[in-house]
Design a protein around this ligand. Sequence first.
Ligand SMILES: Cc1cc2nc3c(=O)[nH]c(=O)nc-3n(C[C@H](O)[C@H](O)[C@H](O)COP(=O)(O)O)c2cc1C
Length: 169
Amino acid sequence: MSSPILTAIKQRRSIRDFTDQAVDTETLHEIIRAGIWAPSGLNNQPWRFIIVTDATIRARLSEQTHYDHIVLAAPALIAVYLDREDMYDDLKDAQSAGACIQNMLLAAEALDLGAVWLGQILKNREKVGRILGPVGNLELMAVIAIGHPSRRDQQSHRKPLAEFIVNEL
Ligand SMILES: Cc1cc2nc3c(=O)[nH]c(=O)nc-3n(C[C@H](O)[C@H](O)[C@H](O)COP(=O)(O)O)c2cc1C
């Protein structure tokens, strides 16, 4: 079976090595636009975003994760939040955030950029919050690092399908 969407889903890789080239604002908005077209429970669209391109702020954020080299190398970061005011179910809203983030990763790929989902930084979510400023009822879900890939030879693997299918009734 083949289709452009299936191909993109399978060929997307987490990109952690970037050139110095900036990513323009309209492109970042396009990536977020793809994110907000993700499904959400009751179509509540609970996601919110902070775009970071400022080098000083990126450097400060890099100190909050083991993956500092990725945050330092990426010319753009998008922090993805859920807005507690718009949430209705913690589990389902977190699932919506995941769908949103995956859309954004695929959009980056479609725009010939590279991106990686950074979750480890959540361990320092309070400090990240202090760096990015007051965000009221927003809860950090992930930071996405985005840039122009300096290489595209990343490999990944998946276990065989049969290991995941529990039953076919
Ligand atoms: C919830 C979540 C958290 C992740 N956190 C990190 C992270 O902190 N640092 C990192 O380099 N990659 C992170 N990743 C990316 C995974 O390592 C990556 O998706 C996985 O190794 C499969 O590789 P692929 O995306 O190229 O298929 C995260 C992915 C997910 C879904």
